[in-house]
Each structure stands twice: as C-alpha cells, then as structure tokens.
Write a protein that binds this ligand. Sequence first.
Ligand SMILES: [Ca+2]
Ligand SMILES: [Ca+2]
Length: 255
Amino acid sequence: MKNTKNALLLIFLLSTTLIFAQWAIDEGFESGTIPAGWTTYNADGDSYCWVAYQSSQDAHSGDWMAMTQCYNSGGNDWLITPQVTIQDGDSFSFFARAWYSTEDMNVLLSTTGNAINDFDVTLGSITGLGASYVEFSYNLSTYAGQDIYLAIEWLQDTYAMVVDDVKVGQEASLSAPINVQISNDGIYVKINWDAVTGASAYKVYSSIDPNGTFTEDTTGSFTGLRWVTANPAVDTFYYVTAYSADRKTDKEMPK
Ligand SMILES: [Ca+2]
Ligand SMILES: [Ca+2]
C-alpha cells in the first residue's frame, strides 16, 4: 500500500469472488411460439391446447404469452418445460392469471420423464387464480444436481388461463469491477475501471478510515467508466460497485 497526497492507492483487491449462475430457462414466449423443447398435452381432448398468444395488453412482458382455453367444461391442458439441470439456489417461477373470473392449476415436477404420469411431485395446487397476474415461485434447491421437468397443469374453472415469464435457475450475479485504477493530480481524484457485463450503473463509496464505514460518495461525477471528484481535503479510501436493477457486486477498491 502506498500513500500519495490526499488519496490512497490501494494495491490489494478486496474480493474476486465470482459466482455466475443464471437462468437456465427464461421464457416470455416472444418468439411467437411455444419453443422447441417444451411439451404440451391436450389432456381434455378438445381442439385447444397451450399456444403462444399475442396481445400486448394481456401479456405480462412484451407482446406474447402462453395461453390455453376450453369452450366446454373440464378443460385440462399441460405446459411442460424442457429438461433442466438444477443447481443449488435455483427456483422455478412464472406469472399466471385467469383470462377472466378464476382458474385452477397444479404446479408439478418430474425427476424422470415428461409424460403426464411422471409428474409425481406437486409443488403447488392453486384454486381460484384470478384475472390479475400472480407470481408463483418454488425453491428447487432440493433437486440440485438432478435433471427435472416442470409442468403447469391447467384445470378449467371458467374459460382460459395465461402464463408468461417462466424462469428456472437464478439471477446471474454480477462480477466485481476489475482493473480499478485511481489517480490524483492534486486537483482531481479520478477513478476508472473496466465495464462489468450486465451492469447498468456503478456507485463509488468512500471513507476516510479503511476499516470504517464506507458510504456512497456523491461528490463526483460519472463519465462512462470513469468517476471524477475534487481532490478531498483528507486522505480518502474508495471502492466501486456495479449494479443491475437492485443487484450489487462485491466492492472493489482501486489499485
Ligand atoms: Ca411475454
Ligand atoms: Ca385442451
């Protein structure tokens, strides 16, 4: 560690931890089809089953959703994900709603095949699902290391059911900024770093005590991957974090 006038240049990295899990399935049906690898069963035998349906005002995201319907009673159609290998911390989540009034559904899991009878684990049995989107989420850590299928079984209550934004896995963690460098010309402190994949914003934190509490430093201004502030009156320590939505990386000090 070397000290320059009014700004400390820190040589060590606080952390290089990088765990990069991510969504194995992240399906909003925006391709306009039920994608290859998915399976549907028209269990009620009528002429309708799960399809991709276009309506921007009814989709949870984008313009498309998965939808099934029945004009009689006893509608029962299955929407099944591709086989997916589960990692610790993974979850299965999706948004669902009735087209109108209410619908029922089972959320099911198979550790074997993707035939209807293979789905012998019931994650949830939902009755009275209303016409506003509800997010359903199930922790799959119990199945870490296993290859599974996940199913949404629609049980008709009224008319039709909608599903969108089906996700299996977990949010990718951002890596910490790297090549964080600091300079101090006696007028300005300038910090720059390499872009972090997936980051939408960065924040700089500072403290006059390296073992003290760092707080977000709003004295400076960002220009892309550079942050500049007036040379502080006292020695100051900094670190940089990357953000995407509400995610935050490990802190990374300049070197
Ligand atoms: Ca969508
Ligand atoms: Ca059907």
